[in-house]
Design a protein around this ligand. Structure first.
Ligand code: MN3
Length: 199
């Protein structure tokens, strides 16, 4: 069965008062995410990847030595990335669960230092990509950034939090101010209970 575009876990205007407008979600979910679904399904049709899971396709098609990743990888990884991204945000303010806060303090010293590192990673990613909080293969938490559709699945890491820093994610609401978008994302949009549930 072909991959489907999941519904947003909230209405299109649910995040508007928190800095992500209905217009952004209409474009980002209904058009951009949908295009990854359509083009991903088309790209794997008739290949050995048809019928495999998103994660299997991502791990099997990522090429660490390639200058540019394949169309299959790019579309399928972006499909997966956006599936996670909507779930990692929410309209309700959530407190950081104690277990997550403890792990963040152990790895970064403080929640503020983690946020600074995350903002620096997202702000410093040249061009399109993502900033991540991952649980690394050694069990520790780490902040990373990746280009285009590359994600923690490629490296055997667990994605706890990801922020889309492609311009389509912030240009309607923040224009060119990617740092402000990242600050607002961390302070107002993240569903910390979802992040903790991924540990
Ligand atoms: Mn996007």
């Amino acid at each position: 069965m072909a991959f489907q575009l999941p519904d947003l876990p909230y209405s299109h205007d649910a995040l508007a008062s928190k800095g992500m407008s209905a217009e952004t979600l209409e474009y980002h979910h209904d058009k951009h995410h949908n295009a990854y679904v359509t083009n991903g399904n088309k790209a794997i049709e008739g290949t050995k990847w048809e019928g495999k899971s998103l994660e299997e396709i991502i791990k099997g098609t990522y090429d660490p030595d390639a200058v540019a990743q394949s169309g299959i990888f790019n579309n399928i990884s972006q499909l997966w990335n956006h599936n996670q991204f909507w779930e990692m945000m929410g309209p309700d303010s959530t407190a950081m669960p104690g277990e997550l806060e403890k792990a963040i303090k152990e790895s970064f010293g403080s929640v503020d230092k983690f946020k600074d590192e995350f903002k620096a990673a997202g702000g410093g990613q040249f061009g399109s990509g993502w900033a991540w909080l991952v649980k690394d293969t050694d069990g520790g938490l780490k902040v990373t950034s990746t280009e285009n559709g590359v994600n923690p699945v490629c490296f055997g890491q667990t994605a706890l939090l990801g922020c889309d820093v492609w311009e389509h994610s912030y240009y309607i609401d923040f224009r060119n101010a990617r740092p402000d978008y990242l600050t607002n994302f961390l302070d107002n949009l993240v569903n910390w209970e979802n992040v903790a549930s991924r540990m």
